[in-house]
Write a protein that binds this ligand. Structure first.
Ligand code: GLN
Length: 250
């Protein structure tokens, strides 16, 4: 099948509450990389109270949010839990960032509260002393070059027997100790890498697009794009940070 006949629908869950650091830029990046290949792509935003029809969605983005916003969203998410779970078990693609990542788990315990998660993955988060803030570089099997980004979280996430998104080369990652970052379950990726995760890591973006297309249409070969600038930026960040390991506590 020609990619020109293909189309992806991206669902953005609660952009009004979960959009720290402009996590929505990841959607712009996915849409652009589809359009450059002649693949049609549309985005649907769902706000509080909207009905989410997961059967129409190929990719779902849950962004990051403050503890307060997470608490509001978690109540709403619990209402759509069953449909969300069905979508995940049916290999739907999900990218969940920071607060969104934490909400996929069983709970997020802060110093004076416990925010119940969706329990879609057997992971949990606990607030630690100080925040883990700074640049981060990972080795991930979904990218030939290190994955680069920025993290800022008070929660420490414990992923148990789940597979991590990557191994930390520089930065803190899930809990500042295990040496791992994020989680991958079926076609769900949870990560602490905020903001321009996909613009900075084109291969991860293409991996998600490919998974979503293949779920819908069967095997797909994505056309190569000119990623010269992205690769140059990646090489610069890696040379600046990789090889040094440090978590910034403030
Ligand atoms: N409130 C969460 C934490 O600090 C997530 C914050 C975020 O999404 N940046 O751990």
């Amino acid at each position: 099948m020609d990619t020109a006949d293909m189309k992806l629908t991206i669902g953005h869950l609660y952009p009004d509450l979960l959009n720290l650091y402009g996590d929505r830029g990841n959607i712009v990046c996915m849409v652009k990389r589809c359009l450059w290949r002649g693949i049609r792509a549309e985005t649907i935003e769902f706000n509080m109270g909207d009905r989410v029809d997961f059967s129409k969605l190929d990719i779902v983005l849950l962004g990051g949010g403050s503890d307060r916003e997470q608490k509001i969203v978690c109540r709403e998410l619990r209402r759509i839990r069953r449909e969300f779970q069905r979508y995940i078990e049916d290999n739907g693609v999900v990218i969940a960032v920071c607060g969104g990542y934490q909400l996929l788990g069983r709970y997020y315990r802060t110093k004076d509260d416990i925010i119940e998660g969706l329990g879609l993955l057997d992971i949990y988060t606990e607030q630690g002393d100080g925040r883990l803030i700074g640049n981060i570089v990972l080795d991930s099997e979904w990218s030939d070059v290190p994955v680069v980004g920025f993290e800022n979280h008070g929660g420490r996430t414990y992923i148990g027997g789940h597979k991590p998104f990557g191994r930390v080369l520089y930065g803190a990652g899930n809990d500042g100790k295990s040496g791992y970052e994020g989680v991958v379950y079926k076609n769900v990726t949870g990560t602490y890498l905020h903001g321009p995760l996909l613009p900075k890591n084109a291969q991860i973006c293409d991996h998600l697009i490919k998974k979503a297309l293949e779920r819908k249409y069967g095997p797909v070969q994505l056309k190569k794009l000119d990623d010269g600038m992205e690769m140059a930026a990646n090489a610069y960040i890696c040379s600046r940070f990789a090889g040094r390991k440090r978590a910034t506590l403030v």
